[in-house]
Write a protein that binds this ligand. Structure first.
Ligand SMILES: *Cc1c(COP(=O)(O)O)cnc(C)c1O
Ligand code: SF4
Length: 419
């Protein structure tokens, strides 16, 4: 059945199911928007002001999921600008995750933060500009359209770094490039012997599910290990169309994951998240991360406390399938990367064992083995054969007996410079 909003578009079913039609006909102005949902004069003025800071673009499909009667509709809150986006807080940053700082150069598509994997931005297009986007500085901004030259340089970067075994293609949206370009890019990346997996970061299954075509699946299915992470935030987004897109991908053999953002008023409720995670498993998708909202410009109204995220995990772990529990992470401002946070289950430990509590509040004691040295007891040669597998960053330095370091300390520690 056509929704009230869908009947505002004068399109055929064939057009509606064509992703290029959907992309071309994204709603970008207040005039188009007011045909779909009732807007007061002051709302219109607010939206126009907000648009000067971050553009609007909503695919007709995603717009058709908005409940026009409900100003608090979770779909609407993610898609339609609000004047509160203009209220900035002193904590906000343009590039809160310092992605630009971890790039080989200013124009580069690459962010190389972790030892063995890189983020590779290949497009600045999206089926919809999410109001909560953390990459507002790049997305929807023409200056950052990625040229073929920049992409070739990204491939060369990966080729010259043998430690990179995992490449995350993202954007914008990694699927908003042409089939031909994606095919070429995957071919180049998989021709590099040290590239083991390629991950696609895309919100297309949510905002533009028509993008998942048999032709696209045929391309993705040619390569040995393509993974895909998408971004459902609310169970209302798991529609017939979205289910079909995810089904096509999983039948192609693509392992599917989901990264949600915890958003005030949209999904900051244990029941909504539990429902979402159950629905995700039904479409063969693993809830991978739940993100604390970043400190990008104009997101203050979407932020929840970190405590709320921890509470949500508390209400999931043990209460439902372990498969349905994502890892809650705070992406560290300043570029420290994702930091997992969650409830504490370790109550205490003693010489002889650990005291733990479970999700029901039951407290138990687990005795440690009487004799265990903690030293490597395996008579194998994996460390010698694959030196790259051994961690040498962070606490790993302290654990390594051959390393003389017994503490980690910040650079220019004041105490050390006193005398
Ligand atoms: C999130 C992220 C990754 C991937 O992290 P995983 O924990 O492996 O999923 C890689 N690089 C950057 C810059 C990231 O932000
Ligand atoms: S799809 Fe992703 S990159 Fe694009 S606007 Fe939404 S959150 Fe930002």
């Amino acid at each position: 059945m056509r929704s009230k909003i869908r009947s505002c578009f004068n399109e055929s079913d064939e057009e509606f199911s064509d992703w290029k039609w959907q992309y071309r006909n994204r709603i970008t102005t207040v005039e188009e928007l007011e045909k779909l949902i009732p807007l007061s004069n002051s709302e219109k003025k607010d939206i126009k002001k907000a648009l000067e800071v971050f553009p609007m673009a909503i695919s007709p499909y995603y717009a058709s999921l908005i409940d026009p009667e409900d100003p608090e509709c979770p779909i609407r809150l993610q898609a339609v600008p609000q004047s509160v986006e203009l209220q900035t807080s002193s904590w906000e940053l343009e590039d809160p995750l310092c992605e630009d700082q971890d790039s080989p150069s200013e124009e580069s598509c690459i962010t190389h933060r972790y030892p063995d994997r890189v983020l590779f931005l290949i497009s600045n297009r999206c089926g919809m500009y999410c109001r909560h986007c953390t990459r507002k500085r790049r997305v929807g901004n023409r200056e950052y359209d990625y040229s073929e030259k920049a992409i070739r340089e990204g491939i060369e970067y990966v080729r010259t770094r043998p430690e990179v075994r995992d490449v995350l293609l993202s954007g914008g949206d990694a699927l908003l490039v042409s089939d031909e370009r994606l095919d070429w890019l995957l071919g180049e990346l998989f021709s590099i012997p040290h590239v083991e997996i390629v991950r696609l970061g895309t919100r297309a299954p949510v905002t533009l599910p028509q993008r998942i075509t048999p032709e696209l699946c045929e391309i993705l299915g040619k390569y040995p290990s393509v993974w895909l992470n998408t971004h459902f935030n609310h169970p209302k987004e798991i529609t017939t169309e979205a289910k079909k897109a995810m089904d096509m991908l999983s039948r192609t053999g693509i392992p599917l994951g989901n990264q949600s953002v915890l958003l005030r008023g949209v999904n900051d409720c244990p029941t909504v998240i539990k429902n979402l995670c159950h629905e995700l498993l039904r479409i063969r998708t693993k809830p991978y991360y739940l993100y604390q909202c970043d400190l990008s410009f104009g997101l203050e109204h979407f932020r929840t406390s970190v405590a709320r995220g921890i509470e949500i995990i508390e209400m999931l772990r043990g209460h439902t399938s372990g498969l349905a529990v994502p890892t809650f992470v705070v992406d560290a401002p300043g570029g420290g990367g994702k930091i997992p946070v969650g409830p504490n289950y370790l109550i205490s430990n003693s010489d002889t064992g650990v005291t733990l509590r479970n999700y029901e509040g039951v407290i138990c004691f687990y005795p440690e083995p009487a004799e265990y040295s903690g030293k490597c007891q395996q008579n194998c040669s994996i460390c010698d054969k694959h030196p790259g597998l051994k961690s040498d960053t962070g606490l790993a330095k302290l654990y390594d007996e051959e390393n003389e370091i017994i503490s980690l300390e910040p650079e220019n520690l004041e105490r050390k410079q006193r005398f």
